[in-house]
Ligand binder design. Structure first.
Ligand SMILES: Cc1cc2nc3c(=O)[nH]c(=O)nc-3n(C[C@H](O)[C@H](O)[C@H](O)COP(=O)(O)OP(=O)(O)OC[C@H]3O[C@@H](n4cnc5c(N)ncnc54)[C@H](O)[C@@H]3O)c2cc1C
Length: 574
């Protein structure tokens, strides 16, 4: 029996590192829902048991069912005919499996048919799904959209669409991108006109492209409601149902994630309903989706990397060259070890980020219900800023890591890795989208830099170090502490420089410095808690990290202007 949860104890280890008692207390309160729903937990121990059961069940479906179908889905893809998208029958079968297991509304409230599980548990499930089939993750992972509808939509719309989404009977799509509005969503043009304010009825006209599962039943659409207001302030979010005025024009023919239908959609006077506050479409609804989507895509990237690394290890043990298994050749085991270190670093950061988002969302609910104490309100402010810093950092690191790991996995397999006979070429193709959609790597750097220069991330880092210096891995934490003043110096240099172009060019280096120390602290924390293997893994991370950190710092201090002044000449455009 293959189970993607029980065969990967690191997932449980990362979850155990979070303050689950707090997450449960905020989600379940006095466990009052146990009186209403038969399946709701009666205490924290029962809640934990339920999380464990869900993780095991999802792990089994992924290992025993989904993973066996990924290759054929990748090979044959979905079909488009006369405005209809016909999902591959095996993809449909996988969705049905998740439906039957009641795993389509993991973190949604029970009143809509959800399981009310924390974000960290949901993220762990998403990672396992992606390890089995990255395409399927794009449908199972769209549960975030239901959460956004739950947060922003009026009650009648919630009651209309959320039970279907939690049940898996219907699926959703996040409809933002247009031909002229990709990274720059503030220039979205699709037009929304109010037809009947009392009935909250709008009409949408225009087109969208590159929409994952755009053929889904419930669409959250970013549109321009204020025609004379340019930029983000003229945008609002709308809920549109498949049907009247919505036509799928085509599905894209693309490099990877072949099971995930990427649609071009035409809206012709399609009826829609405003969700959230008018003119705050990009600021509220879209940003809420972004926070969840960043950790979701990071989990997808980690899942793909996990699959690739395992395949590489398997192959390296049986492949013999020069009379010995390639597995024991230093350049090969260096690649294998680096894959494992990066994957576990990414998972540590992503599960922590999910936990931060979880606490933030729970406190937001309490604040909205006027139940938050003064202390909780203060914590909410800190968490809002911390989530805005760690989620782009996590997406940036995990998705770049996944590309590197899949590239190395092909290298370990040599020529065989390049062939369709092994799945690593598919992992490589699937990983490539992760650092593009839901905000490219460059945009994640833009998203993360503010939280680094404002000191939000540094404060969290200092708390981790302070605690860690008293524990079993104090020597590793001391190394973070030793490098810490250089991060402050780098931030000061960045802030002092008034040349915006210079700052943009060097932002990634500042982000990398902060990321290296933060990951160092997370792995040191794991070394203190885990056994000999976690300690060795952290030591190996530090051995590489310190050199990389100093090199980055030196380049920042040096501050060469050659690219600023001569990039046109070098590229050949001047
Ligand atoms: C398979 C697939 C599925 C998708 N699914 C969805 C979906 O479900 N819903 C949806 O709304 N969209 C979706 N997208 C769209 C996706 O989010 C965008 O493609 C992505 O945000 C990048 O936009 P773009 O392609 O227009 O590239 P551009 O914005 O044109 O970017 C091109 C390059 O310029 C860089 N760049 C742009 N601006 C900056 C800047 N300010 N600073 C530094 N660098 C910059 C980018 O990093 C990139 O390297 C999907 C795309 C794909 C390929």
């Amino acid at each position: 029996m293959s189970n993607f949860y029980t065969d990967n104890p690191d997932i449980r280890f990362c979850l155990d590192g979070q303050d689950m008692d707090r997450a449960i207390a905020l989600r379940e309160g006095d466990f009052g829902e146990a009186k209403i729903y038969e399946f709701a937990p009666r205490d924290a121990a029962e809640a934990r048991e339920q999380y464990e059961a869900v993780l095991k069940l999802a792990g089994e479906i992924c290992g025993e069912f989904v993973a066996l179908r990924a290759e054929i889905i990748d090979k044959e893809g979905n079909t488009y005919r006369d405005g209809e998208v016909i999902l591959h029958p095996q993809l449909r079968a996988c969705i049905d499996r998740f439906r039957e297991a009641d795993l389509m509304g993991l973190s949604m409230p029970r009143r809509f048919g959800g399981l009310n599980m924390p974000q960290s548990v949901k993220i762990a499930v998403i990672e396992m799904v992606a390890r089995a089939d990255a395409s399927l993750m794009n449908i199972v992972g769209l549960q975030d959209i239901a959460e956004t509808i739950e947060t922003f939509a009026p009650e009648n719309l919630k009651n209309d669409v959320l039970p279907g989404l939690c049940d898996g009977e219907s699926t959703a799509a996040m409809v933002f991108t247009e031909p002229d509005a990709g990274s720059d969503l503030g220039s979205v043009r699709l037009r929304a006109d109010c037809e009947d304010e009392a009935r909250n009825l709008w009409r949408l006209n225009g087109s969208k492209r590159f929409i994952t599962n755009g053929c889904g039943d419930v669409l959250v659409v970013l549109a321009r409601s204020e025609h004379d207001v340019p930029g983000a302030r003229g945008l609002s979010s709308f809920l549109v149902k498949k049907g009247e005025g919505v036509r799928i024009r085509r599905i894209e023919n693309k490099l990877g994630i072949h099971g995930s239908p990427t649609c071009e959609i035409q809206f012709n006077n399609a009826p829609g309903h405003l969700i959230g506050t008018r003119k705050r479409g990009l600021i509220d609804a879209a940003m809420e989706i972004m926070n969840g989507a960043r950790i979701g895509i990071a989990a997808q990237a980690i899942g793909i990397a996990e699959a690739a690394a395992r395949e590489a290890v398997r192959y390296s043990e049986s492949r013999v060259q020069f009379g010995k298994a390639i597995r024991i050749m230093p350049p090969v085991y260096e690649m294998l070890a680096n894959m494992r270190i990066r994957i576990e670093a990414a998972r540590a950061l992503n599960i922590r980020s999910a936990h931060i988002v979880e606490l933030l969302k729970s406190l937001q609910v309490r604040a909205n219900e006027q139940k938050a104490t003064a202390e909780e309100k203060a914590e909410l402010k800190v968490l809002t800023r911390l989530a805005a810093a760690v989620t782009p950092l996590s997406k940036y690191f995990a998705t770049e890591m996944s590309n590197q790991v899949c590239d190395d996995a092909i290298q370990v397999l040599g020529g065989s890795g390049y062939m369709k006979d092994y799945p690593v070429e598919r992992y490589f193709r699937d990983a490539r989208i992760t650092n593009i959609y839901e905000g490219t790597t460059q945009l994640q750097v833009v998203g993360a830099i503010g939280g680094i220069t404002s000191g939000v991330l540094g404060n969290d880092l200092d708390q981790l170090v302070k605690k860690g210096l008293e524990g079993a891995a104090r020597d590793l934490f001391a190394q973070v502490q030793e490098l810490r003043p250089m991060l402050d110096e780098a931030i000061a240099l960045h802030k002092e420089n008034k040349d915006q172009e210079f700052r943009e060019l060097y932002a990634r280096r500042v982000v990398d410095l902060a990321l290296d120390l933060y990951l160092g602290a997370l792995l040191a924390e794991q070394a203190a808690r885990g056994g000999e293997r976690k300690r060795a893994l952290a030591e190996a991370f530090f051995a590489n990290m310190k050199g990389r950190f100093r090199e980055n710092f030196a380049a920042l201090k040096d501050g060469s202007r050659v690219l600023l002044e001569k990039h046109g000449l070098i590229v050949g455009l001047q």
